[in-house]
Design a protein around this ligand. Structure first.
Ligand SMILES: *[C@@H]1O[C@H](CO)[C@@H](O)[C@H](O)[C@H]1NC(C)=O
Length: 307
């Protein structure tokens, strides 16, 4: 139920009545309008869900794999990927970013299908000089087409503690969360002619590498190799998705899993308020409002406005 769409159509007296009815109905039928945050992730060991992808000797395992360190030095970065491929679900990682002088480094956590017209859901954490803020860049590719960058600052120092970064993906929406705060939504706007990832299973990837040609202040700040090795720390490794083979088109359980249910099909009022707080206070760049790139606001952006 899209209460926020209806509301904007109603004059204020009717609006008041509507709100009262809405409140009453929420008491009687809580699930009608109350959404819920995704299920709390459960920490598991790295090897349950992941394998290293490259530079195996630059991944360090601690406490039986419940904690993993990715190491970047002047020879190489490193990365890992999920064993399985998934169609829809909830994917979460706890990460403590490279501390100190991390300028030029990028830590990424993303979902991607493995074909040419690929779908991809990206978090990229751009390092910075000591005590300068990280940038979180997100992007969504559908059918090989991206160009949907958003960039924000965080409201905390991501190098001091572990924080969770997660993606909720179902037929209705893709939500990027930082801890419990939704920082971005990408709603299914198929009816407006926008492709939505729904039939290409994705693997989950993470990596740490040198990107000093673009990452920090647009490439002006170079990686200081005298500060190497750079280390990003990981925990959590939570995957709760519908496992599909790479070629399989649909999950047998689609529509029946917890993330398909009503309360996960849209954000609730509190989540929308948090999203607007992030948008208004922490946004650096949003393709949705970049008129030099998109004269008309891309359709999916019109849909993801808040109440
Ligand atoms: C790094 O710090 C500078 C100066 O505070 C800032 O302009 C920039 O956005 C920060 N982040 C990155 C990744 O460049």
């Amino acid at each position: 139920m899209r209460a926020y769409h209806l509301l904007s159509l109603l004059p204020s007296a009717e609006m008041a009545t509507f709100l009262i009815v809405l409140c009453l109905s929420s008491l009687l039928f809580p699930s009608v309008i109350l959404a819920a945050p995704p299920r709390t992730p459960i920490d598991v060991a790295f090897q349950k869900n992941y394998v290293p992808t490259w530079a195996y000797d630059h991944i360090k395992y601690l406490n039986g794999g419940s904690e993993v360190h990715l190491v970047l030095d002047k020879y190489t970065g490193t990365g890992f990927q999920s064993k399985g491929s998934y169609l829809f679900g909830h994917f979460s990682m706890r990460i403590k970013m490279v501390p100190g002088d991390s300028a030029g480094t990028v830590t990424a956590f993303y979902l991607s299908s493995q074909n040419s017209e690929h779908d991809e859901i990206d978090f990229e954490f751009l390092g910075n000089r000591s005590n300068q803020p990280y940038i979180v860049q997100t992007n969504v590719f559908t059918g090989g087409k991206g160009n949907r960058e958003q960039r924000i600052y965080l409201w905390f120092d991501p190098t001091k503690d572990y924080h969770s970064y997660s993606v909720l993906w179902n037929m209705y929406q893709i939500v990027f969360f930082v801890d419990d705060v939704p920082i971005r939504i990408f709603k299914n706007s198929k009816d407006l002619g926008v492709r939505f990832p729904f039939n290409q299973p994705m693997k989950i990837y993470s990596s740490l590498w040198n990107a000093d040609d673009w990452a920090t202040r647009g490439g002006l700040e170079k990686t200081d190799w005298s500060k190497a090795p750079f280390v990003a720390q990981y925990k959590g490794f939570h995957i709760d998705g519908c496992e599909a083979s790479v070629n399989e088109k649909f999950c047998a359980t689609q529509g029946k899993r917890w993330w398909d249910q009503k309360e996960f099909q849209d954000l609730d009022g509190l989540q929308y308020r948090r999203l607007s707080w992030v948008r208004s206070k922490y946004t650096i760049y949003n393709y949705c409002t970049d008129k030099s790139r998109y004269a008309a606001m891309p359709p999916e952006c019109r849909r993801d406005r808040d109440v």
